[in-house]
Design a protein around this ligand. Structure first.
Ligand code: AMP
Ligand code: ZN
Length: 476
């Protein structure tokens, strides 16, 4: 089966056919770094990291580029407030963002370019656009893109130029009189007092936002790429403008598939810094395991809105807990089964084969425009299946086979099956000694002591569970 991707450009699902066989070139618009990222920003990070992992699982080599926008009005404003330069702000929040990404198991991109390090490329692309007649320089040195000259403008967002024109006329702001047309947008703007700036043929100044991504995508991935992605708020004008810039400059189609995640909402409104209705990733990770947040994000298809609520995160926590408990159970059984080096019976082989059917179900879901909600359902069914087929009589080879199924599928979603363990070696040794003491007490029929040991551990947040295979423990 091939992978089907919903393409915003054509408004339908299409079979994924890469430009270069076996390779995927993808660019994901990254955050503007002036604050800690919120969990809305984390949605595209988790979603497209999962898309990348699935392509890799399918045998593709993925060149994954995601930028940091490190020059912007909001960064400059924050720098002024703190009395430091803009680079201090952006470097600080790039570092924080990377830390959050690592917590959420979002892998490092192949390249994480920063706008301020690509200014030469931007000047070259803008010069080229001027030369080709797609851009012009106003009296104060601002460079504008001549939007109407690009015949396909609006093809991604399915907007009509004349409707846009009337909207813009109503919105026209002062200082924009020097545009030839209200639809034109900025490629380069003159510096203002106290702002960071770079030399250019037009004026000392800085780039507009859209030109960044056209240039960085060209630099690291080439003129035509397979996938360009980001949140749905980027369709217009950001991605529409990127297409206009890149295609006018390079003369070839920019991206073949345009993927956009829907919003993470709160009370049915988009979570955003400017609206103030946000939780940072840091806030949430103080209360929940990062894996639970990841599971929550993947519990609905990426093109469906996701409303943040603690109940839903807790439901994701319970669901994720089932996966972890199943994996722990397998590990526990395996510890005791290690010596039983039995060959698999026909019946046991059939169990492994049946377990493989959940993988097929998982792949079918992911092939269908990365339907992680259905892929997670396949994993939960696999968990139920494992729970009813793995026990203390299972041979190691069967348990290993089941473990491999579970770990590979969860791994594609970037979920790890080990509970975050902050227990020190000393603490573990202490708990295990107590469990042994309790076992001895029970054997000697000293049930009062056995109960006292259980209560003592519970007081310390350690829960004991007696099973047929022995006593297990976990944190409350
Ligand atoms: P920004 O820093 O606002 O440019 O956003 C960085 C990325 O996060 C972009 O791909 C945005 O589309 C995405 N994004 C921002 N807010 C949300 C949200 N509430 N839900 C989903 N994606 C979002
Ligand atoms: Zn971008």
């Amino acid at each position: 089966m091939s992978i089907q991707i919903y393409n915003t450009m054509t408004k339908r699902k299409e079979e994924f056919v890469p430009i270069t066989p076996g390779e995927v070139k993808m660019y994901v618009c990254g955050p503007t770094v002036y604050n800690l990222i919120h969990i809305g920003n984390a949605r595209p990070m988790i979603v497209f990291d999962t898309v990348r992992r699935y392509f890799e699982y399918r045998g593709y080599k993925v060149n994954y580029v995601s930028n940091f926008t490190d020059v912007d009005d909001k960064i400059i404003k924050k720098a002024v407030e703190e009395g430091v330069d803009a680079a201090t702000i952006s470097e600080r929040y790039i570092k924080e963002c990377r830390q959050d990404m690592a917590s959420l198991n979002v892998r490092e991109a192949t390249t994480h370019p920063q706008a301020t390090q690509e200014i030469d490329g931007m000047i070259r692309m803008i010069s080229d656009l001027i030369e080709k007649g797609y851009a012009y320089v106003a009296a104060d040195g601002t460079v504008y893109y001549r939007t109407r000259k690009f015949k396909d403008y609006g093809k991604l967002s399915h907007k009509n130029l004349d409707d846009l024109q009337s909207g813009f006329r109503a919105l026209q702001v002062s200082g924009e009189e020097q545009k030839e047309d209200p639809l034109d947008f900025v490629l380069w703007k003159p510096k203002k007092e106290g702002e960071p700036y770079w030399e250019s043929p037009w004026c000392q100044g800085r780039p507009g936002w859209h030109i960044e991504c056209s240039v960085m995508s060209k630099h690291y991935l080439g003129d035509s790429i397979d996938i360009h992605a980001g949140g749905e708020d980027l369709v217009f004008p950001h991605h529409e403008n990127e297409i206009a810039q890149s295609e006018a400059c390079n003369g070839v189609p920019f991206a073949r598939y345009w993927m956009h995640n829907a919003f993470l909402n709160i009370d049915n409104h988009k979570m955003s810094k400017s609206a103030g209705n946000f939780f940072t990733v840091r806030d949430i990770l103080e209360q929940y395991d990062p894996q639970v947040l990841r599971c929550f994000m993947l519990s609905v298809h990426y093109r469906s809105p996701l409303n943040f609520s603690r109940d839903l995160v807790e439901a994701a926590g319970n669901a994720y807990g089932r996966i972890v408990t199943c994996a722990e159970n397998l590990a526990f059984l395996l510890k005791n089964a290690a010596e039983k080096n039995q060959a698999l019976s026909e019946e046991e082989k059939a169990v492994l084969e049946q377990a493989g059917e959940f993988r097929t179900q998982f792949e079918t879901a992911m092939d269908d425009d990365f339907n992680t909600a259905n892929a997670l359902s396949a994993i939960f069914e696999l968990v139920t299946f494992i729970n009813s087929h793995a026990d203390e009589n299972s041979p190691a080879a069967l348990l290993e086979g089941l473990k491999k199924e579970l770990e590979e599928l969860t791994g594609v979603l970037g979920l790890v099956t080990e509970r975050k363990d902050d227990t020190s070696a000393d603490e573990t040794a202490y708990i295990e000694a107590k469990i042994e003491e309790r076992r001895a007490a029970k054997k000697a029929k000293d049930f009062a002591l056995a109960d006292a040991i259980r209560a003592e551990l519970l007081e310390k947040g350690i829960v004991l569970e007696d099973t047929r295979e022995g006593t297990k423990w976990h944190k409350a």
